[in-house]
Design a protein around this ligand. Structure first.
Ligand SMILES: Cc1cc2nc3c(=O)[nH]c(=O)nc-3n(C[C@H](O)[C@H](O)[C@H](O)COP(=O)(O)O)c2cc1C
Length: 194
């Protein structure tokens, strides 16, 4: 089957089944009302400077999602990488709430304020990136706003290190597969290229 993307296709449905597995950015924003939401249109972009990209859509009301509104305002966010044990809370935190309601309070998601100048991270997340807004892109014809963030500091849970001196670490992430999830299976060593 060959599909022409000019047809009336459900692009989102097709892309989210095919572009897998997607990592999940569990983003914490806001000063007073802490906002938490997961995003899987998310990827590392450049290592120097250390940037990542997240594509954020609109609320059902057509307003910007709280994550985007908060990042535009404070220019900051904390991006946590959820671990397997955090799947349920991460998923629940995708519920659309009013701007003045906090997913942290509603779903009892404990927070850990590591740095004064950045939003707290989710307690227990194996990895977190403390980021500043680098740029916001405009994709003509799209309601999604891709934002580029620059990593300023990174947290790695001590328990994740396999070799601390070499900064080698591992954790058990969650992958987005279509509208569902998966855990990583067997790790396979990269074959030597002859
Ligand atoms: C695993 C997962 C991944 C998601 N990825 C995205 C995404 O990449 N972009 C997006 O706009 N919404 C995404 N969503 C939906 C948002 O999490 C949801 O709209 C949330 O209510 C946004 O919250 P906010 O208004 O507090 O920012 C995703 C939801 C889940 C469960």
């Amino acid at each position: 089957m060959l599909l022409n993307f000019n047809d009336q296709l459900d692009n989102y449905k097709l892309m989210r089944q095919a572009i897998i597995p997607r990592p999940i950015a569990w983003i914490v924003t806001g000063d007073r009302e802490t906002n938490i939401a997961p995003f899987s249109y998310f990827m590392a972009l450049t290592s120097t400077p250390p940037t990542m990209i997240v594509s954020i859509g609109e609320k059902s009301t057509g307003e910007p999602k709280d994550t985007l509104a908060n990042i535009r305002k404070s220019k900051k966010c904390t991006i946590c990488m959820p671990s397997e044990s955090q799947l349920q809370k991460m998923h629940f935190s995708s519920k659309e709430l009013n701007h003045d309601e906090s997913e942290a309070e509603l779903f009892d998601i404990p927070l850990d304020k590591k740095l004064e100048d950045f939003p707290a991270m989710v307690e227990g997340a194996p990895v977190a990136f403390f980021c500043e807004l680098f740029d916001e892109l405009e994709i003509k014809g799209s309601a999604h706003k891709p934002i580029i963030v620059e990593i300023k500091q990174m947290f790695i849970n001590d328990a994740c290190f396999t070799n601390r001196q070499k900064l080698h670490f591992e954790y058990a992430p969650i992958a987005r597969i279509g509208g569902d999830y998966s855990f990583l299976g067997e790790k396979i060593a990269a074959p030597k290229i002859p």
